[in-house]
Design a protein around this ligand. Structure first.
Ligand SMILES: N[C@@H](CCC(=O)N[C@@H](CS)C(=O)NCC(=O)O)C(=O)O
Length: 205
């Protein structure tokens, strides 16, 4: 059975969502982000970065959440499977792009709007991140003109990987009003039954 090391409140959520999309049986092996949980000889053999998530699929061991998702989409037959090199290329393009252009800014926004205790929040950090996010949000918004999803006219790993980062914007009250296509697309992604299943399954923990 597929095994995913991580927890639902970390970047592992992206892979848990994908696992629900592909519908294969899997086991979540709970790992926190505490050093004593990650820096064990046993875990370091799987992931020398001492980070989560890590996927174990038989002999295959993978880390990096976006790569795990592209692998799962490619390997398991079903609606998430890429059916052309173009679709695979677009999945890689949007996944790299989301990590490089969105992730750090959104994490900073999230920290300073929602996660840090009040005394440690710096509104100027949040404002700067929100301002810098306007450019990539514009790129996303334009990519979604006349198109419901990023590739092949259907929800794919490209959408899942970008949405699983951009959802931090929702949690951080990012203003999407100037980017209506993005707001609509993100809502569609976050109402997927698989996303709801991921939430229901992990809410009980
Ligand atoms: N680029 C990696 C980042 C993994 C990562 O930083 N995971 C965090 C949890 S969200 C972690 O393991 N932190 C523990 C640490 O940095 O010590 C991915 O997307 O999988």
């Amino acid at each position: 059975m597929l095994q995913l090391y991580g927890n639902a409140k970390s970047r592992a959520m992206r892979c848990l969502w994908m696992l629900e999309e592909i519908g294969e049986p899997y086991q979540l092996i709970e790992k926190s982000t505490r050093p004593d949980d990650l820096q064990t000889a046993e875990y370091l053999r799987l992931n020398p970065n001492a980070r989560i998530p890590t996927l174990v699929d038989g002999e295959v061991v993978l880390w990096e959440s976006m790569a795990i998702n592209i692998y799962l989409a490619q390997k398991y037959p079903g609606p998430m499977q890429s059916d052309s090199p173009e679709m695979l290329g677009l999945a890689a393009q949007w996944s790299f792009w989301a990590v490089l252009e969105l992730e750090e800014l959104l994490l900073d926004l999230l920290q300073h709007r929602a996660v840090l205790p009040d005394f440690a929040r710096d509104p100027s950090h949040a404002e700067r991140s929100e301002l810098l996010l306007q450019k990539p949000l514009g790129v996303l918004n334009d990519a979604l003109v006349g198109r419901q999803f990023f590739a092949g006219g259907r929800f794919t790993v490209a959408d899942l990987n970008v949405a699983s980062i951009l959802m931090w914007g929702k949690m951080a009250r990012l203003d999407f009003s100037a980017h209506a296509n993005v707001a609509r697309w993100l809502d569609v992604c976050l109402t997927r039954p698989a996303y709801r299943r991921f939430r229901d399954r992990t809410a009980k923990k």
